[in-house]
Design a protein. Structure first.
Ligand SMILES: [Ca+2]
Length: 150
């Protein structure tokens, strides 16, 4: 009886592996890309650091490996440039780049600006690698919503 149970358990485990292997290749084809731009921070644009930090851009690493963002840049259509410090974005992780000031950590980075960067009507975010090669872009052109999912 106990032998029968263990054979059944192995069969279930094998079936589970087959499902995971089938799902694998699609996951491996990911990139580091712009994920979401929250360009119109809540409330009136009266400035202040809390309002500036409620304006942000998210990047996502949808690859299966960690990626160093050191020297990568994020620019708007007016060429306001943010250069990433030595941070690593883990596989599957998202990091938000806030416009205002704050203390950087693995999930939140801060441009340290005293003025808004992302226009509330239309703009284009461009992410470049440290080589200058364009990695990802995200454009929006609407005041009907406050954010764009890239
Ligand atoms: Ca804005």
């Amino acid at each position: 009886m106990s032998r029968f149970r263990s054979v059944a358990a192995v069969s279930v485990a094998v079936a589970g592996c087959a499902t995971l292997l089938t799902a694998g290749p699609a996951q491996a084809a990911g990139t580091v890309h712009l994920y979401k731009v929250y360009y119109d921070s809540p409330g009136s644009d009266l400035g202040g650091n809390a309002s500036l930090d409620a304006e942000w851009v998210q990047l996502k690493n949808s690859t299966a490996t960690s990626v160093s963002l050191k020297g990568w840049t994020l620019t708007d259509a007016s060429n306001h440039r943010y250069t990433f410090p030595a941070v690593t974005l883990k596989a599957g992780a998202i990091v938000a780049v806030h416009t205002g000031k704050g203390t950087n950590n693995s999930a939140h980075l801060y441009q340290g600006r005293a003025a808004y960067v992302w226009n509330n009507d239309k703009d284009t975010a461009t992410l470049r690698r440290s080589t200058g090669a364009v990695q990802s872009t995200c454009s929006y052109n609407s005041t009907k919503v406050d954010y764009k999912v890239c």
